[in-house]
Write a protein that binds this ligand. Sequence first.
Ligand SMILES: Nc1nc2c(c(=O)[nH]1)N[C@H]1C(S)=C(S)[C@@H](COP(=O)(O)O)O[C@H]1N2
Ligand SMILES: [Mo]
Length: 364
Amino acid sequence: MLKHPSRGTPKPGLTSLADPALNQETPPHLLDQPITPTPLFFVRNNGSLPAVRHEEAEDWVLEVTGRVARPLTLSLRELRARFPQVELTAVLECAGNGRSGFAPPVPGLAWGHGAVGCARWTGVRLADVLAAAGVAADAAYVGHESPDHALGAPGQPALSRGLPIAKALAPETLLAFGMNGAPLDPLHGFPLRVVAPGFPGAAWQKWLRRILVLDREHDGAKMTGLDYRMPRRPVQPGETPDPAIFEVITDMPVKCLITEPAADFSASGPVSVAGFAWSGAVPVERVEVSADGGANWQRAELEPGEGRWAWRRFHALLDLPGRGEVELMARAMDVAGKTQPLEPAWNPRGYLNNAVHRIRGRAV
Ligand SMILES: Nc1nc2c(c(=O)[nH]1)N[C@H]1C(S)=C(S)[C@@H](COP(=O)(O)O)O[C@H]1N2
Ligand SMILES: [Mo]
């Protein structure tokens, strides 16, 4: 097999997207576990894969600069030694997950449903690091920089995103060096990445080298224009919207995925339907399933899950309406009463598709 060292080696078993950078998603039935094993975890790269040798990892240097009293230069070794270690389980979902479901189609990677996973992350609190640096009173945002570059343009950063200062200081926001009990995988940001539970995947900067504390929103690569932004009011296909009405996505909507049965199932008698539900800042309240096109919904059992930011397993036994083609549907609802629509809310870049997940099969 041909290897592309600057792009990374694809993971076997995942679905690769047509793109110069390495982008792979997980077929939903392979997400049927509370913790997504790293070999099955989706990959989203905007550019090259930085090559970091394992023996160099502890010497990896993180710089904290900008609106701080004491700029810091910390090796990974010092980061571990100076700050308490934290582990949390959190869902990571790309804001573009589900983009292929928009009609008319939108530009961008045509993700199906599998640009999502749930992992255990180990690291230190970004808030602790920022406290050591002494954040200025006018700090409004942090900007993140990494060495990956746009493919074919070595001087151009692939992605430099950031976080509003409140999220940077929130207890769940980590600088992580571990994933699922092992050092981060190179494809997932080895040796250091941001973990920002509830925020879109784009905010989870990989291969983190530099944190800039800013007095205004960060303007790094893919922070501006329409990238990872949603319009404040609905925009119609074909309309040329004013970029001023777009704002950075800072929350993920309530959503669930059916991971059992797999697509094209055939079942006789009641079928066991299971999967996972998650959301952003507003917790999940319930999940319902339907086998008759949404005419009737049955409440599923919902397990607690591994803490506030993990996804929660749901399961139900559903009677099928008759013989022949059948479509199973699942929808989650959050504690504020928001639920998943039957059709996605179209937007120019195809973000935040949380339409009801459907699995087609046959009752025999
Ligand atoms: N440096 C860097 N960080 C990055 C990216 C990237 O291209 N470069 N992609 C982001 C996007 S858009 C997503 S969805 C997540 C995906 O994380 P994963 O590849 O570990 O699944 O990483 C984010 N962090
Ligand atoms: Mo993403």
